[in-house]
Design a binder for this molecule. Structure first.
Ligand SMILES: C[S@@+](CC[C@H](N)C(=O)[O-])C[C@H]1O[C@@H](n2cnc3c(N)ncnc32)[C@H](O)[C@@H]1O
Length: 328
């Protein structure tokens, strides 16, 4: 018996986690299982896994706001909304949204999402649909769905995203799904500017033959409550989840025909976590020249070395040359 969660709930969370993790590695052609068995699954997902996904969205929205400011959007579509966590994060941060369409193939989870979004944002018009929306929107979002889709599903998702002015698409930071997202990113290049995580508008450097074993993933910072509350400590213990680690991948896009100038970003994007060795830190960097490993020597800047050592997504861009690094 758990102290904070009932044993049945912990068992459910364990099963749900196993199912969700297993989806990525299922045999080709096998459909992803449906896992919303009843309302309790939905509530627990929202409380635990949804919360963790929400912290990844916080990191993405922080980056988007810092680099480009939020776009002016009135209408949003959330494709495969699940419990609506991404929708709620976006509505909480991006000003001016008047209407949101939530889409999911599962009616029960969709109903939950609709109620939770309406309760949190009573002035926003919320529509819930079980068929892919055919209308266009100012912003289309998707989160943690790519590995559940077969080709037809991916094309249906793309139709919604490609019809939008802005796109925010967040996925786990696992190798396969992140690489799949990079492939999808490149398919947008003709019609969309890339606002993040990339600092360039070229094809993705991770997809070159030299980087077959790499993937573009980042780490979000979980909130303090993860380390201080009994509930999260129990989740850590019982589900064996490393709560400090929140790997994610994402792409943020803006339609070219809106006429915005090409985004400019100095320095190279730091991917994954810096790897500390004696007297130096190894850095995976990405810019218009591709993805490369570089290093920063401790003796060149002790304060920055320390910051990089404990960096959990705080340092995004660096200029690195000859063992020296400069944050930009
Ligand atoms: C892991 S959940 C993620 C939900 C939410 N976007 C989030 O980030 O928490 C994936 C959701 O995708 C939905 N889904 C899977 N395949 C779908 C499809 N082909 N069409 C619509 N929804 C789909 C599932 O019902 C589920 O609610």
């Amino acid at each position: 018996m758990g102290t904070y969660f009932k044993q049945q709930d912990l068992d459910r969370l364990r099963d749900l986690r196993q199912t969700l993790i297993g989806i990525e590695g299922r045999p080709p052609g096998e459909e992803a299982p449906r896992y919303w068995h009843d309302l309790r699954d939905i509530e627990l997902y929202d409380q635990i896994f949804g919360a963790r996904i929400g912290w990844k969205w916080d990191a993405v929205l922080d980056e988007l706001e810092a680099r480009h400011g939020f776009p002016e959007v009135k209408t949003v579509i959330d494709w495969a909304t699940g419990t609506g966590v991404a929708a709620r994060k976006v509505l909480a941060r991006v000003p001016g949204i008047e209407a949101i369409t939530l889409f999911d193939r599962d009616e029960a989870v969709l109903e939950f999402a609709k109620r939770s979004v309406q309760a949190a944002f009573p002035s926003v018009e919320v529509t819930a649909v079980t068929e892919p929306p055919s209308e266009s929107s100012h912003l289309a979002i998707a989160s943690h769905v790519l590995d559940e889709l077969e080709e037809e599903g991916v094309e249906s998702l793309r139709q919604t995203l490609e019809a939008a002015d802005h796109v925010l698409w967040v996925e786990p930071g696992s190798k396969k799904t992140s690489r799949d997202l990079s492939v999808q990113r490149d398919r947008f290049l003709a019609d969309f500017q890339v606002l993040g995580p990339c600092v360039h508008q070229g094809t993705c450097g991770i997809l070159t033959p030299d980087h077959k074993n790499d993937w573009c993933h980042l780490f979000a910072k979980p909130p303090a409550e993860v380390h201080t509350t009994g509930e999260w400590s129990e989740i850590h213990r019982e589900l064996r989840i490393d709560l400090r680690s929140l790997p994610y991948s994402f792409v943020a896009l803006r339609r070219r025909s809106l006429g915005h100038p090409e985004p400019v970003q100095a320095g190279a994007r730091l991917l994954q976590r810096p790897r500390v060795q004696r007297g130096r830190v190894l850095l995976d960097l990405c810019d218009a020249n591709g993805v490369r490993e570089d290093q920063m020597l401790q003796r060149t800047d002790k304060a920055l070395f320390k910051e990089l050592k404990k960096s959990n997504g705080e340092v995004l861009f660096l200029d690195v040359s000859e063992g020296r690094a400069k944050p930009v």
